[in-house]
Design a protein around this ligand. Sequence first.
Ligand code: IDP
Ligand code: MG
Length: 140
Amino acid sequence: MAATRTFSIIKPDATRRNLTGAITKKLEDAGLRVVASKRIHMTRDQAEGFYAVHKERPFYNDLCAFMTSGPVVVQVLEGENAVLRNREVMGATNPADAAEGTIRKEFAESIEANSVHGSDSDENAKIEIDFFFKPEEIVG
Ligand code: IDP
Ligand code: MG
């Protein structure tokens, strides 16, 4: 099967605790390859645009505040079945429900500060990659 791509964010709770390398190692050990990566401080506009699908959810404002509270690392990951593979290694949204060995089980602080984002479909992966990366920034 051909490799596909997904989009990942290492969130502010994780960069604050210097976990960029530890989380990236988990992604790599899961068979994913980092083909683009940059550390940025998201603007409020970027956070609101990125999470627009959650606009009506009660946690939307807090989530946008959290995602702009410190640096994040946005990444493009490549591998077989990349979206699903990444969702598996991330673990459940709420770390209390996350399986052993997953990133969120090991590192997340709370349902909000849950250390990583990962696209939930191939279609959204493309939209999210395009939101943060120019084609020439991705080197497979
Ligand atoms: P996902 O990140 O596992 O795909 P989503 O439902 O897409 O989960 O939610 C996006 C992000 O919003 C979560 O990763 C988390 O940071 C935050 N979030 C989700 N549900 C809650 C909640 O009930 N309270 C606070 N924050 C939440
Ligand atoms: Mg989601």
